[in-house]
Design a protein. Structure first.
Length: 114
């Protein structure tokens, strides 16, 4: 699974370059997120604009990444496609994560939620 990252101030932006996060790649996603977030700043914005499909394993992998960050750091989501957004709404995980319209908005404005 491929990612692009950049850090600006206290924000690490992680762009997921895959179109799916599902059972076939969930473990790889979690492992890679652990590597990327090992020494990250207090805010991590996961840009999911390219992800068109997320199943329960993918959702679990995103939650595992959030838990890995622990206290003092937070995982925020950005750029959810309609299908992915629906998964977060149906599971009520949209109340657990801060969700932004786009990662660019977060980095440009430093806003906390859309």
């Amino acid at each position: 699974m491929e990612f692009e990252t950049r850090t600006e101030g206290n924000v690490l932006r992680i762009d997921v370059l895959a179109t799916r996060i599902d059972a076939a790649c969930a473990i790889q996603f979690k492992d890679r997120m652990r590597d990327l977030c090992a020494d990250c700043p207090e805010r991590v914005v996961l840009d999911l604009q390219r992800v068109d499909f997320l199943d329960s394993s993918g959702l679990g992998a995103v939650v595992a990444a959030m838990k890995f960050l622990g206290n003092g750091r937070r995982l925020e989501l950005a750029g959810l496609t309609p299908k992915v957004s629906k998964v977060f709404r149906l599971t009520r995980m949209d109340s657990v994560f801060t969700i932004h319209q786009s990662a660019d908005d977060v980095l440009d404005s430093g806003s906390s939620a859309a």
